[in-house]
Write a new protein. Structure first.
Length: 150
C-alpha cells in the first residue's frame, strides 16, 4: 500500500493539503505504482531558500525542490519495505504568490507543484523540450482527471 506523509512546518492550517494528498494518490495509481512512499513537506520561503542554496548552489527561494532517493546510488532500501521515493518540499509563500500571479487558486498551485515534484521523484525532468513535453503532459493529465484546472 502506498503512503504519502505530509508535514506542514508552518503554524497554520492549510486545508488544501487534504485534496493534494488525494491528487497524489491518483497520480500513483495512474502510474500503476504499488507500495511507494514519499514525503510532502510544506515550508516557507526562508527554509526553501536555504535548501536551494545548500543543495543546488542557487541563492534564492524556489517553489518546489525534490530529493529523489532513487537518484542516489549509495542508498539501499530492502525491497520488502517498498520504494521510498524521497521528499518533495513546497514553499507555501511561493505557491500563494504564483497562484495569484497565474490567476488560479491555491489548491491548483499546490496540486501542480506536488504532482510536478512527484514526477521528479520518478526520474522525469524538463531540461529539454522533449522531456518537458512528456513530463508536463503527465502532470496535466493527472490534474485534469482529478478536476483541477486553471
Amino acid at each position: 500500500m502506498s503512503k504519502i506523509e505530509i508535514f506542514n512546518q508552518l503554524d497554520e492550517e492549510i486545508k488544501e493539503l487534504e485534496t493534494v494528498e488525494k491528487v497524489l494518490l491518483s497520480a500513483i495509481e495512474k502510474e500503476k505504482l504499488e507500495d511507494v512512499t514519499f514525503n510532502l513537506i510544506i515550508v516557507d520561503n526562508e527554509y526553501i531558500h536555504e535548501l536551494n542554496k545548500n543543495y543546488r548552489g542557487i541563492d534564492r527561494e524556489t517553489d518546489v525542490i525534490t530529493f529523489a532517493l532513487e537518484d542516489e546510488d549509495s542508498i539501499i532500501v530492502p525491497e520488502e519495505e517498498g520504494r521510498n521515493l524521497g521528499d518533495i518540499y513546497i514553499s507555501i509563500d511561493k505557491a500563494r504568490s504564483q497562484a495569484e500571479e497565474y490567476g488560479h487558486g491555491l489548491l491548483r498551485e499546490l496540486s501542480f507543484l506536488a504532482v510536478h515534484g512527484f514526477y521528479h521523484l520518478l526520474g522525469f525532468d524538463h531540461m529539454t523540450p522533449e522531456e518537458e513535453k512528456v513530463m508536463f503532459a503527465k502532470q496535466e493529465e493527472v490534474l485534469e482527471e482529478y478536476g483541477i484546472t486553471r
